[in-house]
Structures are given as structure tokens and as C-alpha cells.
Design a protein around this ligand. Structure first.
Ligand SMILES: *Cc1c(COP(=O)(O)O)cnc(C)c1O
Length: 427
């Protein structure tokens, strides 16, 4: 029987089929990507896509909210529980919008924000020059130490004292180590700034207790819901009670109209999944995989920024290899290993052709890969870099990658058991 999509729009159906094949037939190592569970996928594709729900539970601007109020309240309560936060807002359309809402809760246009620069691992919305955030706000940007690739908290404090920002942003898009959110909070206090922490990448690790949480030390915590947290594409904000009303107003009506209730629904499901021992085990394995992959890559002569990883991501510095990041990422893609090229600390190459490659383990870990598979993948990296101009070797690696993928099928039907039930079932 033809599905409705296949029947109505065969062209789009065919393209989706191709994408599904690509996702299952490649080793996906983009650090921000994952595979969601069947339950999350069902909630995302549910009838809530049909519903307008401007406002918040109990105070909406449209009728017919008998169900949406209940669902959003569940999502908020689960978010507060797993993160230990006073208040949560689950309506942000994405991590980028969540950040803008966080800033506009606390400061006015023209005030100063201080974030990690994009080329040092920060996000666009932390005040990078191409971002709206640097046009609305006066932005100053700190760096990591170009030698170690690590935060130098003393230097960050000096920088903050010099510029006196109204907000200091902690958190990153490409930082492979633990971040000391407590110190960021102290620095912010000392200079009279608010502390906004953006844990878009690591929120799954934070929920699992594997990375230190910024919740006690930040005025507002922002996150995406689709990276290590393994929920639908979306954003979420957590804050101290004193900012709750202002933060809700900043999201709606300040920045957004109707919330995407199908996404809010799927966030609720993902938060239930994250609140299980299975998820903690998953998060542990993400980090164990990243560590093993890093060790093996270093054995193969790759330099890693900061010499390793504490989390889900690795940054390879290719400057000792004489191969540009883009060239390597493209060769890996032909070998069915999907990464992204990335700047490395102290990079003098331009951002569109930088000297590094970023990779992460959340998606392959969801497929069930463990340390032995990480060793295999590190071996693929070695062969690709050593034979970067030899298409026959790259094709051979692609065949082996596909074989590995076939042993770890995409778990688009995996189910995380709820409390008390048994065993991580997969079909
Ligand atoms: C991914 C990311 C975001 C943006 O999330 P989108 O959902 O893509 O808008 C924000 N901050 C950080 C640190 C990120 O890594």
C-alpha cells in the first residue's frame, strides 16, 4: 500500500527515502546531530501541528486548549525536574531564538554582552559579528588560550573587568572539555553582570549528571533539545524564580507568536526518556566512546585540541597534516563518515576553509556502537588522511563504513523504557 506522502508527492517521498538511506548508510559524527526515538518522532508528527496556542497554560489567546495546557504543563514540570530548575519555558523555536530571548529578558538593546567568539568555539548568537546579536547588543568576545585550547579563567575575568558587560555567556559549540560554570558565575557576580549559560550541546550530559550543571550558577540557562538531549528540534530556557515572569514575556509575546505544540509535545516525551537509567547509561557511553576515539586518533598521529575530550565532541587540528579541514571533511564524507570542518584555536586560515574537523559521538552511540567500533572508525580516519588523494582507498573505506553501519541499524524504532519496566527494547 502506498503511503499518503508517496501517493500525493512522489518526488518529496523519494527524496525523504534517499535521506533515510543516507542517515542509515553513513557514520554520522556531526557533534550536534542524533537520532530520536520512535516515541519522539511520533509526537513530532502528531496532530498538535494543527493547533495554535499563543500564551501559556491557563492564559491563552485562543480557545480549544483543553489538551495543550496539560501537555505543556507536563513538559515544563519534567524540564524543571530533570534540570533541577525553578522555572522552565519550553516554547523557544530553536537554540538561537532561546538565546535572544535570554538576553532580552535581562538587558536592553545597546547593552553589552560578552561571549566566546565563533572561531574559538562559541555560537553565532553569542555576539559574533555576522549575527543579529552583535547588531542589537554591543558585543565583546573572549577566546580560549591558543596554546592549550582551554579557557583561561583568569584572563576571562580580566577581560570582563575591562569591558564590564551586562551579560557574560558561558557555553560553547566546539569546546571538548568540562566548563566550570561556577567560576563563570563568580566572574559575572564580581563585575555585576548576569550569567547566561548555553548548554545546547551538552544538555543530555548535564541531565545525566556527567557534566557539571550551570543551573545553580546562572541566571538563565538556554539549550537546544535535539543534540545530546535527543529530543525534537527546538529550544528551552531554564531560570531562577526571580526571572520567570520576565523570561516568559520575553519568549511570548516578546519574540514569538504561537508555540510549536507538536514540538513541545515531543520535548515532553524526550524529557521522560532522559529521566531514566537507560539515558544515563547512554550519556556515559557517549563520553566513553569519545574518549576512546580520541585516544586512538592520537595514536594515529592526529592532534586534538586540548589533547582529548571530556564530553561528546573532538576537535582535530590538522595543521601538522598539511591537509585543510574542508578537504578532509569532504574526503571523509565520500568514505561515508559525516563530520564538519571547523576552526581551531589560533587558526589563521579563513573560517570557510579552516584547519580543523569537529566530530562527535551522540548519533553513533544511539546506534549502539561502543569502544571497539570507535577504534575501527579511528582507523578509517587514518586511512583517509594518509590516502587523501587516492579515490580507490576512500572507496574501500566507504565500503567498510557501510558494513559497520549495517551491523548497527538506525534505531528509528527504539523505545526507552519508562520507570520500572525492563530492558532497552529495540525493534
Ligand atoms: C546548536 C547551538 C545553538 C543553536 O541552536 P539552533 O537550534 O540551531 O538554533 C545555540 N547555541 C549553541 C552553543 C549551539 O551549539
Amino acid at each position: 500500500m502506498l503511503s499518503a506522502l508517496e501517493q500525493y508527492d512522489p518526488q518529496i517521498f523519494e527524496l525523504l527515502t534517499q535521506e533515510k538511506a543516507r542517515q542509515s548508510g553513513s557514520i554520522r559524527m556531526i557533534a550536534s546531530e542524533n537520532y530520536v526515538s520512535k516515541a519522539v518522532m511520533q509526537a513530532t508528527g502528531s496532530c498538535l501541528t494543527n493547533k495554535y496556542a499563543e500564551g501559556y497554560p491557563g492564559k491563552r489567546y485562543y480557545e480549544g486548549q483543553q489538551v495543550t495546557d496539560l501537555i505543556e504543563t507536563i513538559a515544563i514540570d519534567r524540564a524543571k525536574k530533570v534540570f533541577g530548575a525553578d522555572h522552565a519555558n519550553v516554547q523557544s523555536y530553536s537554540g538561537s531564538v532561546a538565546n535572544v530571548a535570554a538576553y532580552s529578558t535581562l538587558i536592553n538593546p545597546g547593552d553589552m554582552i560578552m561571549g566566546l567568539s565563533l572561531v574559538n568555539g562559541g555560537h553565532l548568537t553569542h555576539g559574533w559579528k555576522a549575527s543579529f546579536t552583535s547588531k542589537v547588543y554591543n558585543s565583546v568576545q573572549y577566546s580560549v588560550d591558543p596554546q592549550t585550547g582551554l579557557f583561561d579563567y583568569g584572563q576571562i575575568e580580566e577581560f570582563a573587568k575591562k569591558h564590564r558587560p551586562k551579560i557574560i555567556i558561558s557555553g560553547a559549540t566546539a569546546y571538548p572539555r568540562q566548563i566550570d560554570f561556577e567560576i563563570f558565575g563568580e566572574i559575572a557576580k564580581r563585575v555585576g553582570a548576569y550569567h547566561v549559560s548555553d548548554i545546547a550541546h551538552i544538555s543530555g550530559l548535564v541531565v545525566a549528571g556527567i557534566h557539571k550543571s550551570p543551573v545553580p550558577y546562572a541566571d538563565i540557562v538556554s539549550t537546544t533539545t535535539h543534540k545530546t538531549l535527543r529530543g525534537p528540534r527546538g529550544g528551552m530556557l531554564l531560570c531562577k524564580a526571580e526571572h520567570a515572569a520576565a523570561m516568559d514575556r520575553a519568549v511570548f509575546p516578546g519574540l514569538q507568536g504561537g508555540p510549536h505544540m507538536h514540538t513541545v509535545t515531543a520535548i515532553a516525551v524526550a524529557l521522560a526518556e532522559a529521566d531514566t537509567p537507560e539515558f544515563v547509561q547512554y550519556a556515559r557511553q557517549i563520553v566513553a566512546n569519545a574518549k576512546r576515539l580520541g585516544e586512538k586518533l592520537m595514536e594515529h598521529g592526529f592532534n586534538l585540541v586540548s589533547g582529548g575530550t571530556d564530553n561528546h565532541l573532538l576537535l582535530i587540528d590538522l595543521r601538522n597534516k598539511g591537509v585543510a579541514g574542508k578537504k578532509f571533511a569532504k574526503a571523509l564524507d565520500r568514505a561515508r563518515i559525516v563530520t564538519n570542518y571547523n576552526t581551531v584555536p589560533g587558526d589563521t586560515a579563513p573560517p570557510f576553509n579552516p584547519s580543523g574537523v569537529r566530530l562527535g559521538t551522540p548519533a553513533v552511540t544511539t546506534r549502539g556502537m561502543k569502544e571497539p567500533e570507535m577504534e575501527m572508525i579511528a582507523g578509517f580516519f587514518k586511512r583517509v588522511i594518509e590516502h587523501i588523494d587516492d579515490e580507490s582507498v576512500i572507496e574501500q573505506v566507504a565500503r567498510e563504513s557501510l558494513l559497520l553501519c549495517s551491523r548497527f541499524p538506525v534505531p528509528d524504532h527504539f523505545i526507552i523504557p519508562r520507570d520500572g519496566s525492563h530492558g532497552a527494547g529495540r525493534d
